[in-house]
Design a protein around this ligand. Sequence first.
Ligand SMILES: Cc1cc2nc3c(=O)[nH]c(=O)nc-3n(C[C@H](O)[C@H](O)[C@H](O)COP(=O)(O)OP(=O)(O)OC[C@H]3O[C@@H](n4cnc5c(N)ncnc54)[C@H](O)[C@@H]3O)c2cc1C
Length: 322
Amino acid sequence: MAKILVFAEQSNGALKRSSIELLQAAAKSGGTVAALVVGSHAGDVTTAAAQNGASEVHVIKDASLDGYNPEAFTANVAAVIEKVQPAIVLASASSTGKDLFPRIAAKLGAGIASDCVTLNISGDTVTASKPMYSGKCFANVNFQNTSMKIVLMRANQLPVAAADTSKTAAVTEHAVIKPDLKTLLKEIVKGTSEKLDLTEANIIVSGGRGLKEAANFKVLNDLADVLGATVGASRAVVDAGWVGHGMQVGQTGKTVAPSLYIAVGISGAIQHLAGMSGSKVIVAINSDPNAPIFQKATYGIVGDALEIVPKLTEEFKKALHH
Ligand SMILES: Cc1cc2nc3c(=O)[nH]c(=O)nc-3n(C[C@H](O)[C@H](O)[C@H](O)COP(=O)(O)OP(=O)(O)OC[C@H]3O[C@@H](n4cnc5c(N)ncnc54)[C@H](O)[C@@H]3O)c2cc1C
């Protein structure tokens, strides 16, 4: 049975969905699952890690690991991995994961596959696939000449089932290592948005070129406010400078999997679908009844978005604020 270590990311004491995906995938493969959590809130997520599949939880509870510092994280995470000796290490292809794990791979002489979208674990054999050339083709990756395999998975690629509240895990606390740092995190300046990041959002309202101009994103923001949703966009409107790149959904943007995705004035190009077709319910609003998005949509509304969206906002307001 392979030992699989999952580097579990948490935010203010809650496990990130992307890490829950990895824990559950590791548990499903039949391996022994160890989770590693760091930061001053690390102790708060041991139960969640256990309930999502970890039988061992390794914790480094220290405020020096709250903000990402490449040197501090590399020293601490590599030390635990060396102690646990997993055959497989899973982590998210988040900005932290993509910076940290190449360093760990180099330090430990492990193989690494980054930015993967599929994952197959059978015993200690791992295969994964990753998009190349902006998703024009996929590379299947397996490992050779290494006893440790590191896979970084994009968020929202693996299913998440309900946690098993009967499960518990052995918790091991590790002392923090404080190397002499060459760089120091001085301050984190939060973005202005109060909304959840697209990859974590449960409801997304996304706009495309059918909105005609940047100012019309206001109708989407109004709808999103009523629904508690996050606003996304197609690449066409990002390229046009209507909204920032952080809002782009699709192959070269974010991959999302909300419960509800409302696509407004978006044609449904393959590269857009690649980022959102994992959504549970898709609602499309488009003036063209033949728009490809309708083939993916659970519900479709044919008509002018600028008339329909404000009406929906009014109706949701009535329905949700009773
Ligand atoms: C390598 C590569 C990577 C790419 N990556 C991405 C990506 O990550 N994300 C992404 O989104 N795209 C991506 N694209 C671009 C993609 O191919 C499409 O060009 C883009 O998604 C189109 O955006 P759109 O649907 O907003 O615009 P359009 O395709 O122009 O569609 C606009 C839609 O609005 C409808 N419409 C017009 N007026 C109204 C109205 N009044 N009310 C309602 N509907 C209306 C039209 O019928 C049409 O269906 C990529 C392309 C390439 C080549």
